[in-house]
Write a protein that binds this ligand. Structure first.
Ligand SMILES: [Zn+2]
Length: 242
């Protein structure tokens, strides 16, 4: 049995009930979850799982095939298969991840439009967000300032960030038409029949399984805190949010 990933449709779900469908060493698998598992450059959620008045700590969450494993800090009084549990995600932490993830999408599109740069990878944690780009030359201080101003200009337009689902072929055509980088589309396994598309107003459309804010106004102000070369033709930009 697989885990239904509730966060795919609703990024603002903070509490939910679920049934335990498997128990392993230090972890439980639930029939459904709002906990985001580590992946796509985004750190996993944490939170609590309450069972028979025992409040257990969910310290990390991992995806394994179609199941989601919730790793617990406690080793005793764990629920059993078939038990119902009440779950609550650490919302403060999740909201920071959502703000960073949406900010990284805007930055990536900005870099694509202004510098014709493809994004090579990204990382979203509670402390910072960063993305790597293929750029021939190192970015100058002046360019970084321009990027910061440009990204904030998009964000302050208070654009809605929406989740939509589209059949694979339709999504591929749609994404290509909307300037999404083709090599990212090629990386999506052929087993994925329905694409989850995150749109930022009419500015950006991306295939993404991460968690996002509902409007760019929630991101706040983006500050570029660091740039460095991570190899020939590869630039890393690190952001902080104010
Ligand atoms: Zn994403």
């Amino acid at each position: 049995m697989q885990t239904t990933m509730l966060y795919m449709k609703d990024n603002y779900l903070k509490t939910f009930s679920a049934k335990v469908i498997a128990v392993g060493e230090g972890f439980v698998v639930l029939d459904q979850t709002a906990f985001y598992p580590l992946g796509g450059g985004q750190e996993s959620d944490s939170g609590t799982l309450t069972y028979n008045e025992n409040v257990l700590t969910v310290k990390s969450v991992r995806r394994d095939q179609g199941q989601v494993k919730h790793f617990l800090a406690e080793t005793e009084s764990l629920p059993k298969v078939g038990d119902m549990v009440e779950c609550s995600i650490d919302w403060e932490k999740r909201l920071i991840h959502m703000r960073y993830h949406s900010a990284i999408h805007v930055l990536s599109k900005y870099m694509h439009i202004e510098y014709n740069a493809d994004v090579l990878g990204n990382n979203i944690s509670t402390r910072s967000g960063r993305a790597d780009f293929d750029l021939e030359k190192a970015l100058t201080e002046e360019q970084l300032k321009d990027i910061e101003v440009g990204v904030n200009k998009i964000i302050t337009q208070n654009l809605p960030v929406a989740i939509n689902f589209m059949p694979r072929e339709e999504a591929i055509t749609f994404l290509k038409e909307h300037g999404y980088q083709t090599d990212y589309i090629d990386m999506i396994p052929s087993s994925v029949k329905i694409f989850r598309i995150i749109s930022v107003g009419e500015y950006d459309f991306a295939s993404c399984a991460g968690t996002h804010v509902a409007n760019t106004s929630e991101i706040g102000t983006v500050r570029i805190t660091k740039r460095r070369s991570i190899g020939k033709g590869k630039e890393r930009i690190t952001l902080a949010l104010d």
